[in-house]
Design a protein around this ligand. Structure first.
Ligand code: SF4
Length: 342
C-alpha cells in the first residue's frame, strides 16, 4: 500500500489527518513542528507523540522526504540536482550561491504545457503537476538546505498552472507554524496566466516575476504561444490593480535574443507598456539549447540595451549567467536522464 506523505501538508490538512486517525487536535501542531522546524526524517523520531500515536500514524502515512538522485556542480559553484517524481520522471533543482545569498530554484511541474520556443522543458511536453510534497522536498532535501536564503519558482513548469499546490507550499514556507520565512525571500515566476494570477496575488504576498521577452504581441506570440490567449496587456492590467509600492516587488524577465528583441523599438515599447508600474526588468542571457536558432547578443550589446532602458527610467539589471558548464538551460539535464532510461 502506498502511504500518504505528511511532509508538504498544510496545518489544516494535518488537523484533518489527526482527526481521521483519532489523535487529539493539538497533535497537528506537534506534527507541524517536527515537519517544518526540526530536522528529522521519520515519524518515529516525533518523540513528543506517544509510541502508540506514532504507530497509528505510520499505518497510513510516511514522513515523505526523498533525496536527489543525481547532482552536478559548475565551476562557479552552482549545482544542479535531479529529483525523481511522479514515478519515473525527473525534475531539476538549481542551487545558486552568491556571496551572502544562497538561492534555490525549484520546479513546479514535470515538463510544461506552455511550449515557449526557446525552452527545453517546453519541448518535453506536460508530464504532470508536482504535489506540494514534491515541490517542497526539493528545498528540504537539498544538501545545502540549511544555507538557503531565497527561493525562486523558476525551474521546470509554470507555477500558476499548478496553483493549488503552489499556494500550499507558499503557506508552509511563510506561516508561523511552518518555516516562518518572510515572503520577500520568495519569488514566483509566470508567463502570466490570467485564470490564476489574480488569485495568486490575492492569496500570497511573495514577489512576482513575469516572463515578458517581447513587448510586441505578434513577436511574443511567436516566442510564447500563451500570448494568444493571455495577452501581456491583460496581465499588466491585473498587475496594475495590485499594490507593489511597499515590500512586494514585480519584475519582468527578458531573455535577450540577438537581432530579434534587442532593437531601439523594443526599448521604446517596453518603456511605454511598463509606464506607471513600479518594477524592474531582469535581462537574462539565453542558454543555448540543441537545434535552436536563437543566440545571445554579446556582453557589450547586452549592457547597452540595459543602459538604454535605465535611461528611459526603467530599473534594469542583467542577471549573471550561472552554471554554463553544467547544462544550465532548464530542462536539459532531466531530458538527458529521461532519454537514457527509455
Ligand atoms: S519557459 Fe517556463 S513556461 Fe515556458 S515552456 Fe519553459 S518551463 Fe514552461
Amino acid at each position: 500500500m502506498i502511504k500518504e506523505n505528511l511532509y508538504g501538508k498544510t496545518f489544516n490538512e494535518l488537523a484533518a489527518v489527526v482527526k481521521r486517525v483519532g489523535l487529539p487536535g493539538y497533535a497537528a501542531k506537534q506534527i507541524a513542528g517536527w515537519l517544518y522546524k526540526k530536522e528529522i526524517s521519520s515519524i518515529d523520531e516525533m518523540t513528543n507523540l506517544s509510541k502508540q500515536a506514532r504507530d497509528i500514524l505510520s499505518v497510513d502515512y510516511a514522513y515523505g522526504l526523498s533525496a536527489p538522485v543525481k547532482s552536478s556542480e559548475s565551476n562557479d559553484g552552482t549545482k544542479k540536482y535531479l529529483y525523481k517524481v511522479l514515478g519515473e520522471k525527473f525534475i531539476e533543482t538549481a542551487y545558486i550561491p552568491d556571496r551572502d545569498r544562497a538561492t534555490i530554484c525549484v520546479s513546479s511541474q514535470s515538463g510544461c504545457k506552455m511550449g515557449c520556443v526557446f525552452c527545453m522543458t517546453g519541448r518535453q511536453g506536460f508530464q504532470g503537476n508536482l504535489s506540494s510534497n514534491e515541490i517542497l522536498n526539493q528545498f528540504r532535501s537539498l544538501p545545502e538546505f540549511k544555507t538557503l536564503t531565497n527561493i525562486v519558482y523558476m525551474g521546470m513548469g509554470e507555477p500558476l498552472d499548478n496553483l493549488v499546490e503552489l499556494l500550499k507550499t507558499l503557506e508552509i514556507l511563510t506561516s508561523d507554524w511552518g518555516y516562518g520565512w518572510s515572503p520577500t525571500r520568495i519569488t514566483v515566476s509566470t508567463v502570466g496566466l490570467l485564470g490564476s494570477i489574480r488569485e495568486f496575488l490575492s492569496k500570497s504576498k511573495v514577489h512576482l516575476a513575469v516572463s515578458l521577452h517581447s513587448p510586441f504581441d505578434e513577436e511574443r506570440r511567436m516566442l510564447m504561444p500563451i500570448q494568444r490567449t493571455n495577452s501581456v496587456k491583460e496581465v499588466l492590467d491585473v498587475i496594475k490593480s495590485f499594490d507593489f509600492t511597499s515590500q512586494r516587488r514585480v519584475s519582468f524577465e527578458y531573455i535577450l535574443f540577438r537581432g530579434l528583441n534587442d532593437t531601439p523599438l523594443h526599448i521604446k515599447e517596453l518603456a511605454r507598456i511598463l509606464n506607471g508600474i513600479r518594477c524592474r526588468i531582469n535581462i537574462i542571457r539565453f542558454h543555448a539549447i540543441p537545434g535552436s536558432p536563437y543566440v545571445s547578443p554579446d556582453v557589450k550589446a547586452t549592457t547597452e540595451f540595459k543602459e538604454k532602458l535605465n535611461a528611459k527610467g526603467i530599473l534594469t539589471t542583467v542577471r549573471a549567467s550561472r552554471g554554463e558548464d553544467i547544462q544550465a538551460a532548464c530542462g536539459m539535464l532531466s531530458t538527458i536522464e529521461q532519454n537514457k532510461r527509455k
